[in-house]
Design a protein around this ligand. Structure first.
Ligand SMILES: *Cc1c(COP(=O)(O)O)cnc(C)c1O
Length: 812
């Protein structure tokens, strides 16, 4: 059934009128967007229903991906595209004198995540649906997303992100599937008349969990999966107990904000509440769903896989035990076997401060029954581990340690699979971070390198490039990404290279226009567009980038008439509100931008653009225009990275340390087609072990570097308070935790090679083409297929779905 432009126009008019009771010509942009979105949602609703019914009827195994964060981006274009409606809609709107792109800008970009972790979850949702794998997302419907970032005098200011102010047309409130979640109070076990132990509760805070479902649309395969986000409300039959607005606060706050302020006890307690709220509602609704299958409970793992995305949802394990023990009256051994076979866990970080630990007292007060179960899991773990592995390993791996609940340990002990997100990261887990667990359970560990959906990040964000690839190699790469490698055969074809260069220039011109519009800075589209877009963190080393720019600025000032390859440095990054150092880096980059962009000696040789409020929509604008992809984390620190993959797929050349997935990018694209610099992960480990790193020594002996660092504090950059000193101090006086100074020279040298290569436009474009043609292995479709085969044992159940052939080359 294909939709014609004429039919679309007719249906769209009816849709608009039914929602607003006047003619579309009088509609505001937002109303028109709402009507269009609603039209698309109605269009897919049949498939949404049928997909759900088909899964139950065929009694297929379903995956439930539990994540505290999702970063889906705008959904109108992506849904219309996956349904095959996009061209028709664009044309129809045009005939009506409307612009799709303009309407699309009216859609809120839901910032229900911080960065890579949430974006990965959303890429996975897209791939699950496109592969026809029965997969559901489970998360929280935060009323306020991650803060909206503004710069005032170059400082980050955080504003509330009220993304639901305008209606969210994609969600469907599902009042039929609510659950009750209990907090606090007293709990004890009592034998009932059948001889079962039953958990009794008193004085609990009861919270109604209301699901909002959002369709996850597969690519041209009639599959529509479900993303379920939970919202906290007062139970209807308890409404009379809540007389004042204030009294409702403890309930409403649970799903109010994405990241409560974790600098105080109350904030951290709230975060734990959020985690249990999502987990409990999710597990309850899964077990309710399982009952539809009418199977013995031991079959749960044959029909259900629950994935724990980072440790935040690890309470799935005791919650599932609770239900199986207290409500289904299974024995501990039965319940444990089912839980363990159902759950799997992904670790996303080796940062110590990001490995969650909850005070035992807090857990006991807030979740008394869950804490009892965790205690028992821990007791049994210690009892079985101690005689075989001895004291040291047992205490190092226990869940309860020094007054805290170690969530990573809970996740590993209760899951049949533990994976890292890039080869190096998984190795580091096995050899360092989770080393003792690797000794206990070697068979649980596996790697699943992250991926990205090329549908959003190439097909939609870079239509020029997509058309060129279609023209050269046909359209099969869209459903079978490995076909992209055929594009490589054009690496010496002059016409293709010229066309590719033209497309990049057009994308850069478009971004340059946008930069002028929002930042008031004029940049030369022929300059190198050098992009670092990611959360601001010391380990990601935006300050290394800063030092190089500062160094370059000083060179230009010293010798303004020399021959420079013009460069535009582009940043997008939010700093966590309580992360002072990260905010200081933002301020210094902004102040330097102010200096450089207005210095007549500099002109087009150097420009700095720091976008406000980095998020998915902004990424879609920046990435197609990038020439250089900055992936400069200290080796061993970045688990995988995914902006590296998005940028590569759009023809940017990677400038990187051998960290995370950069290593696998190198394996596929070849070292000669990127710029590698800096310490390797092993060298970093050795340097830390030796304990004799001397940052001040480097500062004193390296004149170029000294001059650059001094410029942070000697008044070169106007408008700074003490931010320049803060960075200087951390690097020189506090011994440079992330080895920025150690890697400085080799970074500068790599940057010089970037300039050198860019002078040879043809060679640059050839390497760009090779990058594009080598990006297929980083399709999330492959990643998801590997999760489904190796971990979840879930099958594709749609014949039209994306075919995922095995890949040539070394990825596992
Ligand atoms: C891809 C993406 C990220 C992840 O970037 P990394 O460089 O891998 O940290 C973060 N935020 C947004 C909005 C993204 O699209």
């Amino acid at each position: 059934m294909t939709l014609t432009v004429k039919e679309f126009i007719k249906d769209f008019k009816v849709q608009f009128q039914s929602m607003y009771a006047y003619s579309y010509e009088e509609g505001s942009t937002e109303q028109l967007y709402n009507a269009l979105g609603m039209y698309v949602k109605n269009y897919l609703s049949g498939n949404w229903k049928e997909t759900r019914e088909k899964y139950v009827k065929n009694s297929v195994k379903q995956v439930f991906y539990f994540s505290m964060e999702f970063l889906p981006g705008r959904q109108l274009e992506s849904n219309a595209y996956n349904l095959g409606l996009l061209d028709t809609i664009r044309e129809g709107l045009q005939e009506m004198g409307l612009s799709f792109d303009e309407l699309e800008e009216a859609e809120a970009d839901p910032a229900l995540g911080n960065g890579g972790l949430g974006r990965l979850a959303s890429c996975f949702m897209d791939s699950l649906a496109s592969l026809g794998i029965p997969g559901n997302g489970n998360g929280i419907r935060y009323q306020y997303g991650l803060f909206r970032q503004k710069f005032v005098d170059g400082y980050q200011v955080e504003l509330p992100e009220n993304w639901l102010r305008h209606r969210n047309i994609w969600e469907t409130r599902n009042d039929k599937s609510t659950c009750m979640v209990r907090f606090g109070g007293n709990v004890w076990l009592e034998e009932n008349h059948l001889g079962f132990m039953e958990a009794k509760y008193e004085n609990t805070l009861n919270v109604l969990a209301v699901p909002y479902d959002t369709p996850m649309v597969g690519y041209r395969n009639d599959i529509v999966n479900n993303l379920r986000l939970w919202s906290a409300e007062i139970p209807i039959d308890e409404e009379e107990n809540y007389h004042t607005l204030e009294a409702t606060e403890p309930i409403k706050e649970i799903t109010q904000v994405l990241y409560p302020d974790d600098s105080n006890y109350e904030g951290r307690l709230l975060r734990l509440k959020q985690e249990y709220f999502m987990v409990s509602a999710g597990v309850q609704s899964i077990l309710r769903h399982f009952r539809k299958y009418n199977l013995p409970r031991k079959n749960i793992p044959d029909k259900v896989a629950i994935h724990i995305n980072d440790t935040h949802p690890a309470l799935v394990i005791p919650e599932m035990m609770r239900i199986l023990l207290d409500e289904e009256h299974l024995t501990w051994e039965q319940a444990w076997e089912i839980t363990f076979k159902t759950c799997s866990y992904t670790n996303h970080t080796i940062l110590r401060e990001a490995l969650e630990k909850w005070p035992i007292d807090m857990m006991k007060d807030l979740l008394p029954r869950i804490y009892m179960i965790i205690e028992e899991i821990n007791r049994r773990f210690v009892e079985t581990t101690m005689p075989i592995y001895g004291e040291r390993i047992t205490w190092q791996t226990a869940i309860l340690q020094n007054g805290v609940v170690n969530m990573a340990h809970l996740a590993v002990i209760g899951s049949h699979s533990v994976n890292g997100v890039a080869k190096l990261h998984t190795e580091i887990l096995m050899n360092d971070v989770l080393k003792d667990f690797f000794e206990l359970y070697p068979e649980r560990f596996n790697n699943k390198t992250n991926g990205i959906t090329q549908r959003r990040w190439v097909h939609l964000s870079n239509p020029g490039l997509t058309q060129l690839i279609d023209k050269k190699i046909g359209e099969e790469w869209k459903t079978n990404p490995s076909e992209l490698k055929v594009f490589k055969s054009f690496e010496k074809d002059k016409k293709t290279l010229q066309k590719l260069a033209d497309i990049k220039l057009e994308n850069k011109q478009r971004l340059a226009d946008y930069i002028e519009e929002v930042k008031g800075v004029k940049v030369d589209p022929k300059a190198i567009f050098d992009v670092q877009i990611k959360r601001l963190h010391a380990y990601k080393r935006q300050h290394l980038n800063l030092l190089h720019i500062l160094h370059r600025y000083l060179e230009i000032k010293e010798n303004p008439t020399a021959d420079y390859v013009p460069r535009v440095f582009i940043f997008g990054a939010k700093a966590a509100p309580s992360y002072i150092y990260a905010k200081q880096i933002i301020k210094v980059i902004n102040s330097l931008a102010n200096l450089v962009n207005n210095d007549p000696d500099v002109g087009d040789k150097l420009k700095i653009v720091f976008f406000e409020n980095y998020g998915v929509s902004l990424a879609e604008k920046i990435i197609p225009a990038a020439d250089v992809s900055e992936q400069i984390s200290l080796a061993s620190m970045e688990a995988s990275g995914t902006s590296n993959m998005k940028l590569m797929a759009n023809g940017a050349l990677t400038l990187a340390t051998l960290d995370g997935a950069n290593i696998e990018i190198k394996d596929f694209v070849g070292q000669e087609n990127m710029f590698i610099f800096g310490l390797s992960s092993n060298e970093v480990y050795d340097l830390k072990a030796a304990g004799d790193y001397n940052a001040r020594g480097i500062y004193e002996s390296n004149e170029k570097l000294r001059r650059t660092l001094d410029a942070l504090t000697d008044g070169t950059i106007p408008g700074l308070q003490d931010e320049g000193y803060a960075i200087f101090d951390s690097l020189v006086n506090y011994n440079d935790e992330y080895f920025v100074l150690k890697d400085f020279d080799s970074y500068i040298e790599a940057q010089r090679k970037v300039d050198e290569l860019y002078k040879d436009q043809k060679e640059w474009t050839r390497k760009s083409l090779i990058n594009i043609a080598s990006s297929a292995p980083f399709s999330a479709d492959y990643t998801i297929k590997r999760y489904a085969d190796d971990i979840w044992k879930a099958k594709q159940c749609s014949e039209q779905s994306t075919g995922v052939e095995p890949l040539d080359g070394p990825i596992a």
